[in-house]
Every structure is written in structure tokens, then in C-alpha cells.
Design a protein around this ligand. Structure first.
Ligand code: IMP
Ligand code: MG
Length: 187
């Protein structure tokens, strides 16, 4: 039986809390921050989050990949760069989940070196603490997960599948076998 980790209501509650923290920090900020969504996983999260933020902002998107199946490959590819000017701007990176930390660590260094923003803050829906391989602390975390579970739904994918599911669940081996079959047939 698959385990539902967060249903839609629970996800909404997590995002509401997170948004109120971010609103407090930015309500008197004279700069316009640029929120950068890390595609594709963080898209549902960012689009729900911004509806609860109440300061002027710009949105941008960047795409990286490091995952294959249920584990991180550790090798990062930049698939799509930002399009807004972020030099000397305040940036908030919006990510779905921090696992080993490799992706966000790479992204922070990449943006700092190439564009020299004024500030980079990290915001993630879930922080998988036990999986961390590089030191990285997010500024805004929706939920600290103390187990190294592989999650699917609400942006989290299994080989690109199930990002559209509105809740977050932990697949079992039966699910994984079924999905591998489906993927094989649709190859
Ligand atoms: P990291 O570089 O190991 O921190 O991995 C971060 C990226 O791996 C995230 O942007 C996610 O896209 C992906 N990822 C990490 N954990 C999971 C998971 O449990 N399910 C699906 N994707 C995940
Ligand atoms: Mg991601």
C-alpha cells in the first residue's frame, strides 16, 4: 500500500505557513525580488506559494537535472538558464526538495559567479535532512523530513511521471514495478 505523506490540505497548510514567513521578511523590502523556480519539480509549489505572497516580485525559471529513477546521479546538467536580469538583485530560489544538496549548491555557485546577484535565498517545500552530502542550509523550509524516502506527486516525479498528482506519496515496490512496465511499453 502506498503511503500518502501529505494530502492537498496538508500541503496547503505548509505553504501558508511558509508564505507568512516570507511575507514578513519582504513586506518592507524596497527591492523587487526575483523568484526562480527550479523546473520541473518546483512548478506546482511555486505557483501555489506566490498566490499567498503579498509583495511585488518577478518570476523566472531555470532547469537542471540530476535524478534518474529513485536516486540522484550527482552530475548536474543546466538545461535552461534564467531570462530575467538578476545582477545586483535579490533572488529567492524556489525548489521542490533538497536531497543530497548537490543541485542547489551547484545552482547557487552558478548564479553567483555568472550573474552576481545582491543576495540569494533558498526556499524549499521539503528538506530531506539525512540524505545531505554537501553542507547547505535553506532559508525557508516547508517541512523537514527525517527519513530518506523517495517521494512522488505534487511536482515530484518518477522518471517524469506523476508530477500532476495533487498529493505527495511514497510509492511501494509494486508501484515502481508497474510504472517500469508502463514506461517500457511507452518507450
Ligand atoms: P539533490 O541535488 O540530491 O539535493 O537533489 C535535488 C533534486 O532531486 C530535486 O530538485 C528533485 O528534483 C530531485 N529529488 C530529490 N528527492 C526526490 C524525491 O524523493 N522524489 C523525486 N525527486 C526527488
Ligand atoms: Mg527538482
Amino acid at each position: 500500500m502506498k503511503e500518502i505523506l501529505f494530502n492537498e490540505k496538508q500541503i496547503d497548510e505548509i505553504i501558508t505557513k511558509l508564505a507568512s514567513k516570507i511575507n514578513k521578511d519582504y513586506e518592507n523590502c524596497e527591492d523587487i525580488p526575483v523568484l526562480i523556480c527550479v523546473l520541473k519539480g518546483a512548478a506546482p509549489f511555486m505557483h501555489d506559494l506566490i498566490k499567498k505572497l503579498n509583495f511585488p516580485m518577478k518570476l523566472d525559471y531555470i532547469q537542471l537535472s540530476s535524478y534518474n529513477g529513485t536516486s540522484s546521479t550527482g552530475v548536474i546538467h543546466l538545461k535552461k538558464d534564467v531570462s530575467e536580469n538578476i545582477t545586483n538583485k535579490r533572488v529567492i530560489i524556489v525548489e521542490d526538495i533538497i536531497d543530497t544538496g548537490t543541485t542547489l549548491n551547484y545552482l547557487k555557485d552558478y548564479l553567483n559567479i555568472k550573474y552576481k546577484p545582491k543576495e540569494i535565498k533558498l526556499c524549499c517545500l521539503i528538506d530531506k535532512i539525512p540524505a545531505r552530502k554537501v553542507k547547505l542550509d535553506a532559508d525557508y523550509v516547508g517541512y523537514y523530513l527525517n527519513e530518506s524516502k523517495f517521494l512522488v506527486g505534487y511536482g515530484f516525479d518518477y522518471n517524469e511521471l506523476f508530477r500532476e498528482v495533487p498529493y505527495i506519496f511514497v510509492p511501494d515496490n509494486e508501484d515502481l514495478n508497474k510504472w517500469d512496465e508502463l514506461l517500457k511499453k511507452n518507450n
